[in-house]
Design a protein around this ligand. Structure first.
Ligand SMILES: NC(=O)c1ccc[n+]([C@@H]2O[C@H](COP(=O)([O-])OP(=O)(O)OC[C@H]3O[C@@H](n4cnc5c(N)ncnc54)[C@H](OP(=O)(O)O)[C@@H]3O)[C@@H](O)[C@H]2O)c1
Length: 282
């Protein structure tokens, strides 16, 4: 039976290379993005059994609609929650939610919830969450009593806080799903490096706190190709050595890493759970 995979943000950036490599490994791949033209180009380049589905994953209604559509199609073997990012200036989604929190945490949470039934039907199956080392840029221990914390907006710290929320939530999910046949893995694809993806190329020095903006040229010169981030994500998705692994974070070398786990505390996990349930119940 052909194994099926969904890659969010699979028409460009890191996700495109993930989707292409998964197709080469025999998956029937669905890539999700906003733009039909970029979707058609991506499917032509991925080849094989691939298709594009359009959804703006910053809109929770569109995420839910995508989930309903995919859930009606039967067993799913792999969900790669890749969409996410970091922005230089604060913006809100159509739902009125700060975008980093929406795209890095709420959107993959809602999509995963919608697809749990088909992932169970496809077991053994995997959920891969794409995280980032921006978590290490969060100043102090973040609170999660609301979507946003007081203070000035710096994309790096705001994204780090959202990625940390999603990591904490994902580790809980991995425990909930233990023994279900669905394994849940998190990947920090680039460690302290960054890649020249559409999102990466749109950033400006304002993502950094003022004291670090002098490093901008150096950061720009060290950008890696988008494909560099795909390797550990594809390994997490396919490596048979990880068949029994769940609730594990893999670093850029695709090996288990404690680097991001040390930021998760029981208090953070509990407050993220409460906040997430509150927002999604509204
Ligand atoms: N780039 C880095 O240096 C880096 C480092 C560490 C971790 N990461 C993580 O890796 C993941 C991918 O990063 P990336 O830099 O490749 O991102 P990216 O440049 O934004 O990825 C582009 C892909 O995402 C789609 N996309 C963007 N916004 C979307 C939306 N609202 N709804 C649906 N699709 C959307 C794009 O298609 P459309 O534009 O057509 O929608 C395209 O397919 C993210 O989770 C990011 O946090 C990235």
């Amino acid at each position: 039976m052909t194994r099926t995979a969904v890659v969010t943000g699979g028409t460009g950036g890191i996700g495109f290379h993930v989707a292409k490599q998964l197709q080469q490994k025999g998956f029937a791949v669905t890539v999700v993005g906003r733009d039909p033209g970029r979707g058609a180009d991506a499917v032509a380049a991925i080849g094989g059994d691939s298709r594009f589905l359009r959804a703006d994953l910053s809109s929770l209604d569109e995420v839910r609609a995508l989930g309903v559509r995919l859930a009606a199609e039967g067993p799913l073997h792999l969900l790669v929650n890749n969409v996410g990012g970091m922005w230089s200036t604060r913006w809100e989604t159509a739902d009125g939610i700060e975008a980093s929190f929406a795209l890095n945490h709420l959107s993959p949470t809602v999509l995963t919830d919608a697809l749990l039934g088909v992932l169970k039907a496809g077991a053994p199956s995997r959920i891969i969450e794409v995280s980032s080392s921006s978590i290490a840029a969060v100043d102090g221990v973040p609170a999660y009593d609301d979507v946003e914390q007081d203070g000035e907006y710096y994309g790096m710290a705001v994204t780090g806080r959202a990625k940390l929320a999603h990591l904490a939530y994902t580790l809980d999910r991995a425990e909930d799903l233990r023994g279900s046949g669905i394994s849940v893995l998190v990947v920090d694809p680039l460690g302290s490096a960054a890649a020249a993806t559409p999102n990466g190329m749109a950033m400006t020095p304002e993502i950094l706190p003022p004291a670090f903006r002098g490093l901008w040229d150096e950061i720009q010169q060290s950008l890696r190709p988008a494909a560099a981030g795909a390797g550990p994500i594809v390994a997490a998705a396919t490596d048979p050595a990880l068949d029994s692994a769940t609730g594990v974070v893999l670093g850029p070398d695709a090996a288990p890493s404690e680097d991001l786990l040390r930021f998760v505390t029981p208090e953070i996990s509990a407050s993220v759970r409460t906040l997430t349930r509150r927002i999604l119940a509204d």
